[in-house]
Structure formats: structure tokens, C-alpha cells
Ligand binder design. Sequence first.
Ligand code: GDP
Length: 364
Amino acid sequence: MNTSTGRSADAALDDVQLAAAVRAELATGAVRIHDTRTAAVRVDELVDGVLARDRATLGRALTLVESTHADHRGRATDLLAALLPHAGGAHRVGITGVPGVGKSMFIEALGTQLTAAGRRVAVQAVDPTSTITGGSILGDKTRMQRLANDPDAFVRPSPSAGTLGGVTRTTRETLLVLEAAGFDVVLVETVGVGQSETLVARMVDFFLALMLPGAGDELQGIKKGLLELADMIAVNKADGDNAQRAAAAAREYQIALHLTAPASPHWTPPVLTCAGLTGEGVETLWSQVEQHRRLLSESGDLERRREEQRVRWMWSMLDDRLLEALRTHPAVGKLLPELESQVRSGRTTPVSAVNTLIKTFLQD
Ligand code: GDP
């Protein structure tokens, strides 16, 4: 295992294999993870390595954070507590769009422009579809090869194990670890499916929705909820024959956005066109993202957004912990199958089953 700060193909492969092994174990229900490296490395060593921006250690720290194994959770909590004072410095940007909209290519174009300008960029993929279907839309390791080989960039594929709550936790914690590792920009990529957009929008400073060019029918597919979450809409693939269609689509999105109240009085979400393939429009787009940061920092809105996100984080963690405690409570566990079957057959009402379960839980 290479422990230098430079990008090593071996290190990358090791991390990928390690993550795959963890996923395989979790998928089969064998929760014991035979990861001698993760188990052997002390938390303070992980902390030092992350702060020293050592890529191999960063990979291990993230694997620990992604693990759901009870022993690992305790160490992950210690790791995060130590890293938290060093986090918070990155520009957090969420990017969403349906599969095929060109997220991968766009992020490569944006990421390489940013690293060429001297910024350090991390990309994190969030793909809750994988928790439902077992297959991953974003997990493909061959995506973003150019960026993955850039010494100033770090691409972390989506962990595909766990529940939506688990994905939420992992995403937040991964973001903090990446920030502690000194990345200036963290791009959080997600698919425009299910709750993933809301999940990511609630963790970032800026939320970008990529759209396909095309008018009429396709536009009818825009979800009102997405317009409310987006800080910018960019019609992607606005190159060649698509340019005109993209401009027409942009005009329609502009109209649709006018009907939605902006989240901040200091920012009206713009609609732009761009092309990840040619890089066209990407620089202009980023200058607007930075403008947003400036305006919202000055007005105090950015800090308020982060304050709300921290409080929401506390509550979602509390929800998760309570649910976990309930599910793993021995007396509750004994009652559950019988009560569930009684509810199923109508012999007990859901209300009375819940009352019994909560009472049992609170008795100990
Ligand atoms: P993702 O699923 O959203 O990550 O989309 P990809 O980045 O994998 O791109 C999906 C397809 O669209 C690929 O075949 C790309 O070659 C193509 N594509 C991506 N960006 C552009 C673009 O800016 N212009 C054109 N014409 N094609 C693009």
C-alpha cells in the first residue's frame, strides 16, 4: 500500500477493492469486516494522515466512516470528533441530474478547470438508488478517469450499502472528512431520483440542477420540488445541433423559475446553458457559483444555511440513533415478530402495537 501523498494507482485500486469487499460483506449480512488495515490503524494515525492530506489514509478514513459495523462506528465517531474543528472550509456544491444528463462529463470539465486554477477538488457521489435496487448508477469506477488521476482531485464513488438514513449519515460525514483533508471545493453528485436531491441540497452551500436540452414534453417532467431546491439550472449538452434547443429550454426553465419563490432574497437562481463535452459555459457557470457565495456570505445567509443544516443533522442523527436503539432492544426484538403478525392479520391495531413496543422500550 502506497502511503505517499501522490496519486498511486495501487492505492486507488486498493481502496476500490476494500470498499467492494466491505459492500460484499454487508450485502451477505456478514457484518464482520475483515479489513485488517482499517482495524489496525489507530484513530490518531488516521486523523494525522487526513490532516496531512495523505490520500491512502484519506481512503481508509472514508472506508471507516462508511462502515456500519458497530466497532467501527465508535472509532468513526472519534475520528469525526477530532476532524470536525478542521472541517467547514470547503465550498460545498451539490450537482444533480437524471442519469445521462452528463453529470460525469460536466464534473470532469469543471473539476479540471478548478484544479488548473489551483483549487483542490473532491467529488463525492451519492446514489441512494443503489440501496434500493442493489445496482448503482453512479458507482461505476470508470467514470471521471481524468479527474481521478489529477493529483489535486479526489473522486470517491458512492458506497452502495445501507439504508437511506445510512446514506445520509455517510454523505455528511464523508463531506467533513474531505474538508478536513483541505479540499477547497467538494462537489456532491447525485442522481435525480427519489429523495436524493433533497438529501444533498440540505447539505451543501449551492445546489445545481443539470437539465437536458429539449422543449415541450421534457419540460413537463420538471418537478416543482427540484425548482425550489435549485440555486441554478444549467441546460447541459448545449453544443452543436443542440445549442438552439438548449437555449429554448433555458427560456422555458426561466419562466418556470419565475413562478417559484426564491429561497433567499439575495439570490435569484439563474438559468444557464453549458456543455461538459466542450467545456463551454462551464467557467461562466462557476463564476456565478462564486458570486452566490460572496453575496450570501455578505448577507449572512450562508452562515444561516449552515446553521440550519447543523441542527437538521443533529435531529436526523437523533432519529437514526433512536430507531437503531429501538430495533436492537432485546425485549422489543422479541415482541416484534408476533406483534407484526397480529397487525398483519388485523388482530391488533397498529396503534396498540406501537404503544406496546414503546412501553417495552421505555421500561428498561
Ligand atoms: P451522467 O449519467 O449524468 O453522469 O452522464 P455522462 O456524463 O455519463 O454522459 C452521458 C452521455 O452523454 C455520454 O454518452 C456522454 O458522452 C454524453 N454527453 C455528456 N456531456 C455531453 C455534452 O456536453 N454534450 C454532448 N453532446 N454529449 C454529452
